[in-house]
Design a protein around this ligand. Structure first.
Ligand SMILES: Cc1ncc(COP(=O)(O)O)c(C=O)c1O
Length: 458
């Protein structure tokens, strides 16, 4: 086997005290991760080797206790309220879990909205926030009819659409306006949204935001209750998120008067999501509690400085779901390019995790049946999609002797993996299970070729 040089980030693994060639560190695994005497990794009391045999691979395994703990942490960190950003990972079971742990839910399309509504018999719409930079009339109508708690308006065209819908039925939804503060998040440009040159929101710097507020506040077809801002995702520096708060607070201070909406004032500021998570041995990230404490403290001092009272709310997605899951794959072909590297191909890839291809994101790997062992070898873990770029882990640390038929896993795959996946090459997306108390519950079944063929019209 040809051993790859460690990549730069991994080579700096000492920064976190983790040896990049040592066993997979528990801190990159879900909360309930335990290595059995046999050396197998268990999540939620379930042996991952058994789950692969029972449900097949590729398979997403979520640690239910981890998801619940992060939801509770977010609710505690933001006493004004926290909404789970469903785009990170959504299915009926996830919607029920987040709501049952006290979170509201932020959805970014009619499809996400319908998923949440369908997951409940009772009325949950009040706890839903609808986002989207180009909501259609149909999506806005659906949200109004369901009675969602908030619609976050992103553009003047949406104000027009809401006005038009109001003329037909007289309903008055509660609305936040999304502003762009001109604060650049230190993250990949594709997930940076707070700068003026962005497709999202009304820009503060160029006076567009204040004009939108004046127009929205004068409309009788909506009730404007606050301001929203989200500067980007996978942000490690909480200070960047706090800087956005400074800018938005200065902008919104004259609008947040005493008495709230009843007195014609706003009472809510949503700071969005964006907290980064550690994906590999060399990374460390603030906790949700630390993020909340910093923002709440800043919010308190801004409230004092400007003399307003308003709720600070947040919308974490990645920080709730990412580290809650691992993806299990089965090793297929192994190709050695002498003197260069070894390619290890598995039965999934781009279709269940497009992040490496979209953003050059880094991941690590471990073998669930040998979870306590050092990982001295380096291989390139690749998928089975017909693209050279279908790389899951550029330089995956593995125990020696990896072979066809072995089980291999990537941790921290719970956010923006399944949800961004696609059945490219007509390879269906994996099944998803929630593991808890020694049981694994199937929450999304495997996508089959028959599912895709059903869309073909002959
Ligand atoms: C408006 C909004 N809120 C919340 C989020 C969630 O961000 P994250 O998953 O980084 O916490 C996003 C992500 O893009 C977003 O656009």
């Amino acid at each position: 086997m040809t051993t790859e040089p460690h990549n730069a980030a991994a080579a700096e693994g000492g920064a976190t005290g983790d040896d990049p060639g040592g066993p997979i560190p528990l801190r990159l695994l879900p909360d309930t991760a335990r290595v059995s005497e046999q050396g197998h990794l268990h999540l939620g009391g379930c042996d991952l080797v058994d789950l692969a045999a029972e449900f097949g691979t590729p398979l997403f395994v979520y640690d239910e206790a981890h998801l619940r703990a992060r939801c509770r942490e977010a609710v505690g960190a933001f006493d004004g309220g926290a909404a789970y950003a469903a785009k990170a990972f959504l299915c009926a079971a996830m919607a029920r879990l987040a709501i049952s742990e006290g979170m509201d839910i932020d959805v970014a399309s009619g499809g996400e909205l319908q998923t949440v509504l369908r997951a409940f018999d009772g009325d949950v719409a009040q706890r839903v926030v609808l986002h989207g930079n180009n909501k259609s009339v149909a999506e806005l109508a659906m949200a109004r009819e369901a009675g969602v708690g908030r619609i976050v308006v992103d553009s003047a065209a949406e104000l027009d659409r809401l006005d038009e819908l109001h003329r037909a039925d007289g309903a008055v939804p509660r609305v936040l306006l999304r502003v762009t503060p001109g604060v650049r998040a230190e993250t990949h440009e594709y997930i940076s949204t707070g700068q003026a040159d962005s497709k999202f929101g009304f820009d503060i710097g160029q006076g567009v935001a204040i004009a939108a507020v004046e127009r929205a506040a004068a409309m009788s077809s909506i009730e404007l209750v606050g301001i929203h801002c989200h500067i980007g995702s996978q942000v490690f520096r909480v200070e960047s998120l706090a800087r956005a708060l400074d800018v938005v607070a200065e902008f919104a201070a004259p609008l947040f008067g005493e008495g709230g909406p009843a007195a014609g004032c706003f009472d809510e500021l949503s700071i969005g999501g964006g907290l980064g998570v550690a994906y590999v041995e060399s990374e460390e990230a603030p906790t949700i509690a630390e993020w909340g404490a910093t923002l709440r403290e800043r919010w308190r001092s801004l409230s004092k400085r400007y003399g307003f009272e308003a709720r600070l709310v947040a919308e974490p997605g990645r920080a709730i779901a990412a580290a809650a899951a691992v993806t299990l794959y089965t090793v297929g072909s192994i190709k050695e390019v002498p003197g260069v590297r070894t390619y290890v191909a598995v039965d999934g890839g781009y279709g269940d995790n497009p992040r490496p291809m979209l953003y050059g994101s880094d991941y690590t790997a471990f073998m669930p049946a040998r979870a306590g062992e050092p990982r001295p070898d380096r291989v390139r873990l690749v998928g089975k999609h017909c693209e050279s770029g279908d790389v899951i882990v550029r330089s995956a640390p593995v125990p020696d002797g990896i072979a066809t038929g072995d089980l291999i896993a990537t941790p921290v795959t719970g956010a923006y993996g399944y949800s961004m996946g696609a059945p490219y090459n007509r390879i269906g997306r994996p099944a998803v299970v929630f593991a808890a108390g020694g049981d694994a519950q199937l929450v999304i079944r495997r996508e089959t070729v028959d599912d895709m063929l059903a869309l073909d019209v002959l």
